[in-house]
Design a protein around this ligand. Structure first.
Ligand code: ATP
Length: 402
């Protein structure tokens, strides 16, 4: 029996925990269980304190109704293995199964509710609809612990509204994530280098605005590269391109020059004539970044750029990295991501702080064989960490402070 994070005695109480268990699946096989592992300490601490732990989480992007492929059942099994205890699984989120499952819990036992996004109220933009669903969730518990860092930037029922309805506390994972991100924004040790890549280009361009005033160097790889190259007037063929962001990129390049921040773009890229399918790709080749053929698309930074990026990271004392440098899932386009990951491990070994943020970035470093310990911190939330670094308010955090 005991207290958790200032909630008071949780022994014998039903504690609803919002975790982020959104793992990549191949059918029902979990291909990277990093987010489940990261969620275990909070769940275990509550169970050890005698709470009846009711975990709620989402998987994928169902549209407010049940879909077999997004069932959390495989996650319940894996969570049980990692906890070393049975996890009771409710086949709905707030219905008969959920009520019976929660009622059946003894002190110290854990249940997982079915995918919270099977309910239309979870992500509704209508506060009343969200609130009605949050009422149902809150009825299953006596207290709420917010531990899903990957979703704290979302104003959703299980993240935001439920915290308004129950005594609440910040979970250990969210608190660790926020502490690390704070170290990146408040007086980071210099040089401070940020590496950005991945495919959600417009989502990520916003963070550059804020970083230009904070970081010493910005290395750009992945799908982001081509909007910058096009902004400089280069042909980018069929590469990922956000036409409406060209002026934004030009303004960033200009501001970087004026403020002495170095924006490093790749000098060479690996291209092909078509997006790879499975592990096969028709004709991969390296070309200078300003000579991408009109019938080709860029799929990785080139080998010279991998070496340049590694050199730019060599003396860094603080690094934040979000987004793979290329289509790392395909071996022919994974070298750029590997080069950056390798360079980060050296910064960690030299005592610098390295933070890898983002679901795909975390999966990428694991898929390429790097150990989690080779990095200072692997964040479970890409969008949330970027929004924090952009200086935006995170509704799931604000609500805990009110
Ligand atoms: P999350 O947002 O889930 O936390 P993340 O921020 O780590 O993930 P994303 O922006 O989702 O990363 O990008 C990852 C994807 O980007 C990978 O699937 C990778 O294949 C893809 N990608 C990288 N480079 C390119 C490129 N040049 N063209 C197209 N896709 C690319």
């Amino acid at each position: 029996m005991g207290d958790y994070a200032g909630l008071g005695e949780v022994g014998g109480k039903r504690v609803l925990v919002r975790s982020d268990l959104n793992v990549p699946l191949d059918g029902s096989r979990i291909t990277d269980d990093g987010r489940i592992r990261a969620s275990v300490p909070t769940i275990k601490a509550l169970a050890d304190a005698g709470a009846r732990v009711v975990v709620t989480a989402h998987l994928g992007r169902p549209k407010g109704a049940p879909e077999d492929r997004y069932s959390l059942a495989p996650v319940a099994a894996r969570l049980g293995e990692l906890l070393g205890a049975d996890v009771a699984f409710a086949t709905d989120t707030v219905g008969e199964s959920a009520k019976a499952t929660v009622d059946g819990l003894a002190d110290g036992q854990v249940a997982l509710l079915e995918n919270v996004r099977f309910n239309v109220g979870e992500t509704s933009k209508d506060a009343a609809e969200r609130g009605a669903f949050a009422d149902q969730l809150a009825a299953l518990a006596d207290a709420f612990v917010s531990d899903g860092f990957g979703v704290v930037h979302r104003k959703q029922a299980s993240v935001y509204d439920v915290a308004e309805r129950l005594p609440h506390a910040m979970g250990g994972l969210v608190s660790t994530e926020i502490d690390v991100l704070r170290r990146l924004t408040v007086d980071p040790e210099r040089p401070y280098v940020v590496v950005l890549g991945g495919s959600k280009v417009s989502d990520k361009l916003g963070v550059i605005d804020n970083l230009l005033g904070k970081a010493d160097k910005l290395l750009i790889g992945g799908g982001m590269v081509f909007t910058f190259l096009a902004a400089q007037g280069h042909e980018v063929g069929k590469s990922l391109l956000e036409d409406d962001q060209l002026d934004v990129c030009r303004a960033y390049l200009q501001r970087a020059e004026e403020s002495g921040v170095q924006i490093l773009l790749p000098g060479d890229v690996v291209v092909d004539t078509a997006f790879p399918s499975g592990d096969t790709t028709p004709d991969p080749r390296v070309v200078p970044a300003d000579q991408i053929p009109a019938d080709a698309l860029g799929l990785d930074i080139g080998p010279a750029s991998g070496a340049d990026f590694a050199a730019a990271l060599a003396d860094a004392r603080t690094v934040f990295w979000n987004g793979p440098m290329g289509v790392f899932e395909v071996p022919q386009f994974s070298d750029g991501t590997r080069a950056v990951a390798q360079a980060l491990t050296q910064v960690t070994a030299a005592g610098g702080l390295t933070v890898v943020g983002g679901g795909d970035s975390a999966s990428a470093v694991r898929a390429l064989g790097f150990a989690d310990e080779a990095f200072g911190h692997i964040s479970t939330g890409g969008g949330a960490s970027l929004e924090y670094l952009e200086g935006k308010e995170l509704p799931g955090i604000t609500v805990l402070e009110s």
